[in-house]
Design a protein around this ligand. Structure first.
Ligand SMILES: [Zn+2]
Length: 388
């Protein structure tokens, strides 16, 4: 096979060097322009057939396939990262991209710049071996994933070529991730009657209703349905607020933010679940501020997940090709966090996640990625491009 004869180590070394330059170019959400320019220059230097950008600030590179009549394969990673926080908590400066003990350390190492470099170089590896992917393959670097996915939404809405599959480069430790749960956030408000705190008998204090609800919620949460791959629907009460800032006034209302991660539950079934636990206590339920129903889907679910079932032919084909590339079939898994994949699924574009990097590294101080995992992912993905 050409792969073994073209100097695998040289391609991996170039890929890692590129990942280091990506980390050394900070790209907080909304500030991705310098990184997009760096990526575009690399795509041109590597011989991609087309390189372009769009009005959202996304950057793209296309490599023509052997059969240009087939729908394209899209390789998607975002360009932005979260804030590194206090640099003193890091074992090495967060934008220095130091390599220690076989791991590349830096903000974005696993989420998302290590995987981004692997996507870009999986195509470069084929080109350097004198090969082409089976179908047209488009690398898509999108902006603002960490703050809602404006880049991915723009891409999906302006897509003007058919796409067979999106390979999402969120870190999956070289497993094949089939999806993730959606998010539904509700404000649950308990209503009472406020009074002077010196005369609590005149009040209906909604704090008691909220407390009783939360005790019942903790016990009932295990009854929420579980999905065989995506796992159980979970709920976490997070923010609590009252209408008063005066310590000597009982509140007229108390509200709690309920953060549901939904696998099989619908918004309606969650409303029924909450209403049952709230019982006779006067209460109202509303979507949390800023989390309106998705304009993409028109669905009531504020944030959808995505899911490609394991018996889908796409999963079988991708798994076989990746497995041939790395010498073992990738395990089928799911992401715990939400990704841009949720913006593609409503358009009917299938999504699978595959990338190096451990999910639990994402957004942590000391974020890093194993170089041998990057090398394995590069081999696997190059084989996917050949076969898929
Ligand atoms: Zn990410």
């Amino acid at each position: 096979m050409a792969w073994e004869t073209v100097g695998t180590e040289a391609v991996v070394a170039d890929c890692v060097a590129f990942a280091r330059r990506l980390i050394q170019t900070p790209s907080m959400p909304g500030e991705e322009a310098a990184l997009a320019a760096l990526v575009a220059a690399e795509l041109r230097a590597l011989g991609y057939d087309e390189v372009w950008g769009d009005a959202a600030g996304n950057v793209f590179g296309r490599v023509y396939g052997q059969d240009r009549s087939l729908p394209a394969l899209a390789l998607n990673t975002h360009l932005d990262h979260v804030d590194p926080g206090d640099p003193s908590l890091w074992p090495a400066p967060p934008f220095a991209a130091e390599i220690r003990g076989g791991r590349l350390i830096g903000r974005g190492a696993s989420d998302i710049k290590g995987p981004l470099a692997v996507q870009v170089y999986s195509l470069a590896a084929l080109l350097q071996a004198g090969e082409r992917p089976r179908r047209d393959t488009v690398f898509c670097g999108v902006v603002q994933e960490e703050v809602g996915g404006a880049g991915a939404i723009y891409w999906a809405e302006h897509l003007d070529y058919p796409v067979e599959l999106v390979i999402l480069g969120e870190p999956s430790a070289n497993t094949l991730a089939l999806g993730h749960r959606g998010i539904v956030d509700f404000w649950l408000t308990f209503h009472g009657r406020s009074a002077h705190a010196s005369a609590p008998e005149r009040a209906v204090n909604p704090n008691y209703a909220a407390a009783a609800f939360l005790a019942r919620l903790e016990a009932a949460a295990v009854q929420l349905a579980a999905h065989p791959v995506l796992g159980p629907t979970t709920v976490a009460p997070t923010i609590m607020q009252v209408d008063t800032t005066s310590g000597n006034v009982t509140p007229a209302w108390t509200r709690v933010l309920l953060d549901f991660r939904t696998a099989t539950e619908s918004v309606d079934s969650l409303r029924a679940f909450i209403d049952r636990l709230a019982g006779d206590s006067p209460h109202t339920l509303a979507y949390a501020d800023g989390l309106e129903p998705s304009p993409l889907t028109g669905s009531a679910a504020p944030i959808t997940g995505f899911y490609t079932p394991p018996d889908s032919p796409l999963v079988g084909r991708a798994r076989e090709a990746l497995g041939r590339g790395m010498g073992r079939a990738p395990e089928l898994t799911r992401y715990r966090f939400a990704t841009d994949g949720r913006h593609f699924a409503p358009h009917g574009i299938p999504v699978l996640g595959f990338a190096p990097g451990e999910e639990e590294m994402a957004h942590t101080a000391g974020e890093s990625i194993a170089l041998d995992q990057m090398a394995e992912a590069l081999r696997a993905q190059a084989q996917l491009l050949r076969e898929f």
